[in-house]
Design a protein around this ligand. Structure first.
Ligand code: HEM
Length: 202
């Protein structure tokens, strides 16, 4: 029974990596959307992976809890830290990522016939789609996946487990911040070039 639970758990882990990779691509691509239609084209992709999130969540959680109950107990550092952190990932998914995807979807569907409004990106939708907290969270949660692998395979105590999660959080936040800074520098360069061209034309 334990071996079957471990198999199902690892299948869930595979699906979790796949679903998170798709969400990561959608979040990063949403920042590049120039029109409402560009943005609307991404939404079916994020809708497509919703069932994958539910399936992977159940396959990771239920067999994981079963194995913890059957063999490891509830006072084991790596088990408790991974269970708590996994719960946090579900809360962040619902509280940070899902409402922003939903707000963009609602706004784009508000044209009435279900088709996205024509033309340049609506500023309000653009602000939701480019929210920097999305970029920071997808990076932090992405690094957490690797922290989970570390916890599962090396099975450290409390201190090692918390340290692994802290290092992953710091690394994810730093990479997210660096990407945002790089993007801002590129946009500022583009604005400077556009002003320079205007000057020459005038
Ligand atoms: C609720 C959270 C979780 C619990 C309670 C949990 C529990 C467990 C348990 C008890 C094992 C068996 C360890 C063994 O027999 O050696 C295991 C294995 C494993 N878990 Fe988790 N897990 C959780 C979340 C995760 C997550 C989120 C990932 C990856 C992102 C993951 C990846 C793995 C892997 C790859 C193994 C196989 C490790 C090995 O065989 O050496 N787990 N997990």
């Amino acid at each position: 029974m334990y071996a079957l639970a471990l198999f199902l758990h690892v299948v869930g882990v595979g699906l979790l990596f796949a679903a998170d990779a798709v969400d990561y691509a959608v979040v990063m691509q949403m920042r590049r959307a120039g029109t409402n239609r560009d943005l609307a084209a991404l939404l079916p992709v994020s809708r497509l992976v919703r069932p994958l999130h539910a399936a992977s969540g159940a396959l990771v959680l239920l067999p994981g809890l079963y194995m913890a109950w059957a063999a490891w107990g509830w006072t084991t550092g790596w088990i408790d830290v991974s269970t708590a952190a996994f719960a946090v990932t579900a809360v962040v998914g619902r509280a940070v990522l899902a409402p922003r995807f939903a707000a963009v979807e609602r706004k784009l569907a508000s044209a009435g016939d279900g088709a996205p409004p024509e033309g340049a990106l609506d500023p309000e939708v653009g602000a939701q789609a480019r929210d920097p907290s999305l970029v920071l969270w997808v990076h932090v949660l992405g690094f957490w996946l690797f922290a989970f692998l570390y916890l599962m395979v090396l099975k450290p105590g409390w201190l090692g487990s918390l340290a692994a999660l802290a290092v992953a959080s710091a690394a994810g936040w730093a990479v997210g911040r660096a990407l945002l800074a790089h993007e801002e520098a590129r946009r500022a360069g583009g604005r400077r070039r556009a002003r320079g061209t205007e000057g020459i034309e005038a």
